[in-house]
Design a protein around this ligand. Structure first.
Ligand SMILES: *[C@@H]1O[C@H](CO)[C@@H](O)[C@H](O)[C@H]1NC(C)=O
Ligand SMILES: *[C@@H]1O[C@H](CO)[C@@H](O)[C@H](O)[C@H]1NC(C)=O
Ligand SMILES: *[C@@H]1O[C@H](CO)[C@@H](O)[C@H](O)[C@H]1NC(C)=O
Ligand SMILES: *[C@@H]1O[C@H](CO)[C@@H](O)[C@H](O)[C@H]1NC(C)=O
Ligand SMILES: *[C@@H]1O[C@H](CO)[C@@H](O)[C@H](O)[C@H]1NC(C)=O
Ligand SMILES: *[C@@H]1O[C@H](CO)[C@@H](O)[C@H](O)[C@H]1NC(C)=O
Length: 394
């Protein structure tokens, strides 16, 4: 065979291999045979979806990369999907609403464009033994996963992990979360640990029994802790929050430690943590929005405060006379607090800035609350007007 003829044959073979290894339409896999048909492809250029009627265990042997999406969704009779050599999925890795799926075996997988796993009641674990380290977005909801072993992100923009009731451990090595992290309603013993996380945009922790963020240095957006069950909360290295800091309705919270937090660009809320007595933030210098604290505080202290741009509300069911005396000066002579001011203790009910403090009864009238509660000038003027009218009538 001439050299030319040989080259031509080789090219033809390569072309036919390539034809099987790419498609503009999504390749739909109905059974084990369809999956093995692409086994000669090291890279599959395009997207692959498992058909909803599939019941065969599916394995994609040899394929190292899928450039598009891999979709495994709405297949009620599917039990198992694997790809022994797959290292990367360029697009979305979607596994959604597969009632009896119990095995995902991707031992070489380390990256996917996005990951979206939802409604998987029979999947206990992820067979990703090389660890997925890179994805733009991780979304895991309503699964019975009891571990995320197999995902250890180093790079991610967005994480949403919610309603995975058996999940008791989340630990990622990630150092930067470019957009947001939301954890909500996972296992009742969940330990959430981000040992290397330094910077993030938005962070929200809801219903978490334990949160560890030892390295967190700055949050450019907002940081919120809502309805968690931990007793103490510490952010030992956190200096700056661009948006709002909220620590609200954490029923067991007794101890809060943000020792180096200096700047809060938005509002600052510490609300309705019924066991929290001490609200001391030793380094906070500036608050761009309003400070709105209420609960059962006996002490609130912001000794470094230089500027609070918005309103100031502190309401407590306990006695905060000493704290109010200090803040009264910050509002008055020192002009540190720029907005509307109210500070009151021994209240029957402590509420947010939108509520007027209500006293618990005669015993509290001497608490000095009335002295600390500044009636806005406009209201005082109105009152004078009413009195003048009454006296004028007499
Ligand atoms: C799943 O299997 C059952 C029982 O064989 C069958 O009746 C049903 O149609 C299958 N579902 C789909 C979506 O193929
Ligand atoms: C951060 O949270 C705020 C308030 O919920 C929202 O408006 C903003 O879009 C979020 N930013 C990102 C990057 O998720
Ligand atoms: C806290 O920040 C300091 C200074 O930026 C750094 O040296 C230290 O390693 C950080 N600690 C943790 C646990 O990341
Ligand atoms: C947040 O921290 C990162 C990493 O330390 C740094 O590059 C960035 O400039 C910081 N941003 C702000 C607003 O402090
Ligand atoms: C509060 O937490 C900090 C840091 O976690 C700890 O050093 C301190 O001892 C705790 N204080 C109390 C009263 O539990
Ligand atoms: C305050 O906390 C209690 C107890 O956890 C809860 O029932 C209530 O809804 C919370 N109130 C607000 C305004 O969040």
């Amino acid at each position: 065979m001439s050299m030319l003829k040989f080259v031509a044959t080789a090219l033809a073979t390569a072309a036919s291999v390539n034809a099987a290894c790419s498609a503009s339409a999504t390749l739909t896999v109905q059974n084990a045979g369809d999956a093995s048909a692409i086994s000669s492809c090291s890279t599959y250029s395009g997207s692959i979806a498992i058909a909803t009627g599939t019941s065969d265990p599916i394995n994609f042997p040899s394929v190292k990369k899928i450039t598009g999406d891999l979709t495994i969704s709405n297949a009620p009779n599917l039990t198992s999907v694997g790809a022994d050599s797959l290292q990367e999925i360029g697009g979305a890795f979607e596994v959604n609403n597969d009632q009896i799926l119990n095995t995902l075996n991707f031992p070489q997988l380390t990256a996917a464009g996005t990951i979206n796993f939802q409604a998987l009641p029979n999947l206990p674990l992820l067979g990703f033994s090389s660890n997925v380290a890179k994805t733009r977005s991780l979304n895991i909801q309503n699964t019975f996963l009891n571990t995320l072993d197999g995902i250890n992100l180093q790079q991610v923009d967005d994480i949403y992990i919610a309603n995975n009731r058996l999940l008791q451990d989340i630990s990622f090595q990630v150092s930067t979360i470019k957009q947001s992290l939301i954890l909500e309603s996972n296992g009742d013993r969940l330990s959430a640990s981000f040992p290397n996380l330094i910077s993030a945009s938005n962070l929200t922790f809801r219903n978490c029994p334990s949160v560890s963020i030892p390295s967190l240095h700055n949050v450019t957006g907002s940081l919120g802790f809502y309805e968690n069950t931990f007793e103490s909360l510490a952010a030992p290295n956190l200096t700056t929050i661009g948006g709002t800091l909220a620590v609200n309705t954490n029923d067991n919270l007794k101890n809060i430690t943000f020792p180096v937090l200096k700047t809060i660009g938005g509002g600052f809320q510490v609300q309705n943590n019924t066991q929290l007595k001490d609200g001391t933030f030793s380094s906070v210098e500036s608050i761009g929005g309003a400070l709105d604290f209420y609960g059962a505080f006996s002490t609130v202290s912001l000794p470094a405060l230089k500027d609070c741009r918005g309103a100031f509300n502190l309401q407590s069911t306990d006695d905060v006379t000493d704290s109010c005396n200090v803040f009264g000066k910050e509002k008055g002579p020192n002009n540190v607090i720029k907005g509307k001011y109210q500070c009151a203790g021994k209240l029957a009910k402590a509420g947010n800035a939108g509520t007027t403090p209500t006293n618990s009864g005669a015993s509290s009238t001497k608490s000095g609350d009335a002295g600390n509660l500044r009636i806005p000038a406009s209201a005082a003027a109105g009152l004078t007007g009413v009195l003048a009218a009454i006296f004028g009538m007499l």
